[in-house]
Design a protein around this ligand. Structure first.
Ligand code: TEU
Ligand code: CA
Length: 558
């Protein structure tokens, strides 16, 4: 039986501050906008607010390129604003975790400015510098997540530096104990202010394989696991970070588990490992992507989804802990991707939160999913802002004709990160009530129909359903800690499973189909009333249940 604790039972709400709420009319979300929204957040029954990076940054990657770890990005406000936000959140019984980017920093960070100034600068080996390959090219064939080589030549010193992400995000050299200590001191700085935890960006990448061998990148996702993630000293570094920092506070350490898999997850989150508390994987997040994210999509298959939930349950049922998330600021909107944002928008958005809120692990929802925000197909590349998507398009667009460019744009429509970053849709006024002026990224035109204010007025809205579902999860620990058993796993449209915790049992049935689906059950083995139902009724047949399109129900079994 898992130890009970706040970061297992608490519900995480991820905020992408840039797109959440703009309080001062500059078109960019900010901390004061979050402060002004705390009552709204509290009303959702969420407990832990995860803020994507709020630190000083040139915003090459919207804050995931930090140039000052103890300073607040001026776009977002001041340190005093943050301290006010933290205090008010605590007064309202909510916690705040910050997004710490420790694998890389910005090329405008003083560490890198000094490091690149000369080969013998004391900060030189805060980063990975390598001489050119004999032919003058990069030291090896490593690829950046954002396209192109993972090495950038610095003309000043004639050496290349490593950047697994953009060239303005040089990788930090964790082999250097002085660098590690600086990062620990930064975390102490925030924990001493009362911050309740950290989400550790790409933390599984911080230990590099120092041979820097060439790799086979034909299957990029596989290469991530075996070349970039799970490196030689990763667990040594995480244990040290835990001892040097986390152990000294009542905080949660949430790892972004790029490249982890079910058979090594316990090395990261096993309770006795003394490394991370919880971690999230990418098996669901990458489910509809091919080997290349920006390419032909793979159809969403329910049996694959069932298999992933089973695999990760089996891996962590006795030890360790994971986060349950189907979306975030890097992935398309869940209702567009796993639901049906055309014919069954409301039903499928509700179905997805029944799924997520009834799985074992810490529930993590992403801003806007609670009102069913959808993907946005901007008509032209000039509307896009995300460096990953733009890099992809610019390098793929060379020499392409109009039809081919349309295909490339369609890849962005399906898989682009800007899908999840369009401004939060507060109401149907101009710019969706997000700002008084033109936002940094276009608003999804459907804000007139999909917005928080209208849904507050509609008792049948996705928003009200989320509130009810999250409250229901909070009231029923069986959904957090309970055992899990999938029933009729081979059923191609209904996902059904039992959750059991002591004598508490819940039976969850989810119809992932546009058509009604029958689920056979022995009569008399289930109640006729649902505790949760995204339809107004529940129909039975002579030998089971007949679920409407995208109907999701929770039955209490005695
Ligand atoms: O993302 C890490 C990660 O998994 C990336 O590979 C990302 O999912 C990418 O879109 C995959 O195609 C983290 C942050 O969440 C992301 O916003 C940053 O861009 C990235 O790290 C670099 O800091
Ligand atoms: Ca602002």
């Amino acid at each position: 039986m898992s130890k009970t604790t706040w970061w297992k039972e608490g519900i995480i709400y991820q905020i992408y501050p840039r797109s959440f709420r703009d309080s001062n009319g500059d078109g960019i979300g900010d901390l004061r906008g979050i402060i002004e929204s705390l009552d709204y957040l509290k009303s959702l029954h969420v407990d832990i607010l995860w803020l994507s990076p709020i630190f000083l940054s040139p915003n090459d990657d919207n804050g995931y390129d930090v140039s000052g770890y103890r300073e607040i990005m001026p776009d977002f406000g001041t340190l005093e604003d943050f301290e006010e936000l933290l205090e008010k959140a605590h007064q309202m019984g909510m916690r705040i975790i910050l997004d710490i980017v420790a694998n890389h920093c910005s090329d405008e960070h003083p560490w890198f400015v000094r490091s690149k100034s000369s080969k013998d600068n004391p900060y030189r080996d805060y980063f990975f510098w390598k001489a050119p390959y004999p032919n003058g090219g990069p030291p090896n064939n490593w690829r950046s997540f954002f396209g192109g080589s993972a090495w950038e030549l610095d003309d000043n010193t004639g050496e290349y530096y490593l950047h697994l992400f953009s060239k303005k995000q040089p990788d930090l050299n964790w082999e250097n104990p002085a660098l590690r200590q600086e990062l620990y001191d930064i975390m102490h700085f925030w924990f001493k202010k009362g911050v309740d935890g950290v989400r550790l960006d790409v933390i599984t990448l911080i230990s590099k394989r120092l041979g820097f061998e060439d790799a086979n990148f034909k299957k990029f996702r596989t290469a991530i696991e075996t070349v970039y993630a799970n490196g030689t000293r990763i667990h040594e570094f995480l244990r040290e970070m835990n001892q040097e920092v986390f152990q000294q506070y009542d905080v949660m350490a949430l790892g972004e588990g790029v490249g982890i898999h079910a058979n090594n997850v316990l090395e990261y989150v096993g309770e006795k490992r003394g490394e991370l508390d919880l971690i999230y994987h990418f098996d669901i997040l990458n489910l509809t992507f091919g080997e290349e994210r920006y390419g032909p999509a793979k159809p969403f298959e329910l049996l694959m989804l069932k298999g992933i939930f089973q695999k990760w349950y089996d891996a962590t049922k006795k030890d360790g802990w994971t986060v349950q998330a189907m979306g975030n600021h890097d992935y398309p909107r869940i209702v567009s991707r796993f639901g049906d944002d055309q014919d069954f928008w409301k039903e499928s958005a509700k179905l997805l939160i029944v799924l997520l809120a009834t799985q074992r692990g810490t529930l993590n929802i992403y801003q806007g999913d609670e009102i069913g925000m959808t993907n946005t197909a901007f008509a032209d590349i000039s509307h896009y802002r995300d460096i990953e998507g733009l890099n992809f398009f610019r390098s793929a667009a060379m020499g392409k004709n109009t039809e081919e460019l349309e295909v490339l744009l369609s890849y962005l429509h399906h898989a682009g990160r800007d899908n999840a970053r369009t401004p939060f849709q507060w109401n149907s006024s101009e710019y969706a009530g997000f700002s008084k002026n033109q936002p940094w990224l276009g608003v999804n035109p459907n804000y007139v129909a999909i917005n928080r204010q209208d849904q507050e007025q509609d008792p049948d809205s996705i928003l009200h359903f989320y509130r009810n579902m999250l409250h229901y999860r909070k009231e029923n620990p069986v959904l957090v800690y309970g055992d899990y058993e999938c029933l009729q796993p081979e059923h191609t449209s209904v996902y059904a499973y039992l959750r059991t915790y002591g004598d508490e049992r819940r039976f969850i049935l989810l119809n992932f189909s546009k058509k009604p689906s029958n689920f056979s059950l022995k009569p008399g083995t289930y109640p006729t009333q649902a505790e949760i139902n995204n339809y107004s009724s529940l129909n039975f047949t002579s030998n089971g249940i007949r679920l409407q399109p995208f109907q999701g129900v929770v039955l209490k079994l005695n």
